[in-house]
Write a protein that binds this ligand. Structure first.
Ligand code: ADP
Ligand code: MG
Length: 207
């Protein structure tokens, strides 16, 4: 069992969209549980929207206690994917503590890269206990060379590695989430392709 958390207190960094699509991809070859820790419950609501039911089970964490117990309660799944809360909270610390891999989604258009610093602080505090692997993930990527260069420079300064695969800004992500499905239920081959390669990169971090 591997626990993967998508954490960034900055709302709009693409956490929920990434979780839905990566979990859908993982679920094609493994059993997957997704834990929604956001009080806004966007992922839980998404799972109640779709015509076709999600290919993974969705659990809603009511408090950090639910997050601390995922290794025990959801130990039967191959992967547990945690969708982080929109604001930094005790839930972020709990998620880091139970994770095998922490993914920090960041967008090039956001002027708030510093929000991810809060996750790095939690990771550093946790490292005294048990170090947790972490990676940045660029989401909502636009072909804006200068913006990307600034973002990549900020990431490099943290010393945390960046996934080679990014998630591009695509209408199919917005529409599929609205429809309660993933991009695998759309005809967007580019979106499906990048999620597949990203998911392989994620799995490879465990090898
Ligand atoms: P978070 O969970 O970090 O708050 P969301 O996944 O809910 O972020 O995304 C925030 C907003 O950005 C939503 O309106 C979503 O549709 C949009 N969005 C997220 N990822 C993409 C993407 N790859 N392409 C286009 N829009 C995206
Ligand atoms: Mg969200």
């Amino acid at each position: 069992m591997k626990v993967i958390s998508f954490l960034n207190p900055k709302g709009g960094s693409g956490k929920t969209t990434a979780v839905i699509n990566v979990a859908s991809c993982l679920a094609r070859g493994a059993s997957v549980a997704v834990v929604d820790t956001d009080p806004q419950m966007s992922l839980t609501n998404w799972s109640r929207t779709g015509d076709a039911s999600a290919s993974f089970d969705v659990f809603t964490a009511a408090s950090e206690k639910d997050v601390y117990s995922v290794r025990k309660e959801l130990g039967a799944y191959d992967y547990v994917v945690i969708d982080g809360a929109g604001s930094l909270s005790v839930i972020t610390s709990a998620a880091v503590m139970v994770s095998d891999l922490v993914i920090i989604p960041v967008t090039p258009s956001s002027f708030d890269f510093s929000a991810s610093g809060a996750v790095i602080s939690v990771l550093e505090a946790q490292a005294f206990n048990r170090p947790v692997a972490s990676r940045f993930l660029i989401t909502r990527k636009l072909e804006q060379a200068r913006m990307l260069a600034v973002l990549k420079d900020s990431i490099a300064q943290t010393g945390i590695a960046l996934f080679r695969t990014s998630i591009a800004q695509r209408q199919s992500y917005v529409k599929s989430v609205f429809d309660g499905v993933s991009v695998f239920e759309t005809s967007d081959g580019a979106a499906k392709g990048e999620i597949e390669i990203l998911t392989k990169e994620i799995i490879n971090t465990f090898e």
